[in-house]
Design a protein around this ligand. Sequence first.
Ligand SMILES: [Zn+2]
Ligand SMILES: [Zn+2]
Length: 338
Amino acid sequence: MKVSIWRNNQDIRIEEVPTPKPGPKEMLVKIHSCGICGSDVVEWYRLPRAPLVQGHEIGAEVVEAGESVTQYQAGDRVFIAPKVPCMKCDFCRRGHYPVCPNVKERLPGGFAEYILVPEILVIKGTYRLPDNITYDQSTFIEPLACVVRAQNLAGIKEGQTILVLGCGMSGILHIKLAKTKNCKIMATDVNGSRLQFAKKVGADISLDAADNILEHLTAEHGKKADVVVICTSALSAVDQAWKCVEKGGSIVFFAVPGPEKQVTVPINDFWTKEIKILTSYYCGPPDIAEALELLKIGTIEVEDMITHRLPLKDIGKGFQLVIEGKESMKIIIRPNED
Ligand SMILES: [Zn+2]
Ligand SMILES: [Zn+2]
């Protein structure tokens, strides 16, 4: 079978490896669709594990289940989480699933024709796809789950004023989800077509990132933002977040600037205003269940975000499209198509 080996964003090679044979408690699944995540192209984050097969947003079909696997069989359509927390440690019990120290096995990357699903993920990480969720739509389960988690952490509620900085895929998902809570949403980006799209999917106002966002925010809503969600690695967005958050509000780092950039927190100013600075990373089983439900009942539509469907051989091009962030929104790799 073919897999794509990522060494860095300029060096992604397709290699032929033997198709694995599932053991009694494992499954072999065929990857129909696998989304490229914004985090896949973040080299400082991914390089420590390179060379590796990336891809954690999958839509797959079971082709062979080991003899002891009773809950799934060939032909089942599934999403599989990239890893599962233990649900027993202190972190898990407090809902901090992404930092569970007991994760031993990860799902192999989905930029491959097939993957072998380890036992723990067969038992705890596999979700049957409802009939109305396509393989392409399945690639949104994990990113939407991360967005669900971030908004829950920030306590985003009905009617709040939300500022979304960055309108790539995650920013757009944040807008769509906040819209379902009847929030007032302002969004920024440097890309005009993304700003248009943000407006189309629910932002009340979308503005060029270079604009005076604070002025627009107060003119429009008479206040600053209850929650600012940072969905870009641009350092300027961090300064905007500091300026645009309302007293008692929250700033969520959904994306971070990167280790080479220095961030200074105006903590003396924030002290008297009770500002919360939050980070949100990845998701947990309840978030996945919630995301799956949102997609299933159609509360969140994702089809409009898919701009490219590429075969595995074009994965390098897919990564470049994500890095450029111009004409693309969601790029899906279909490893089993030519
Ligand atoms: Zn992701
Ligand atoms: Zn745990």
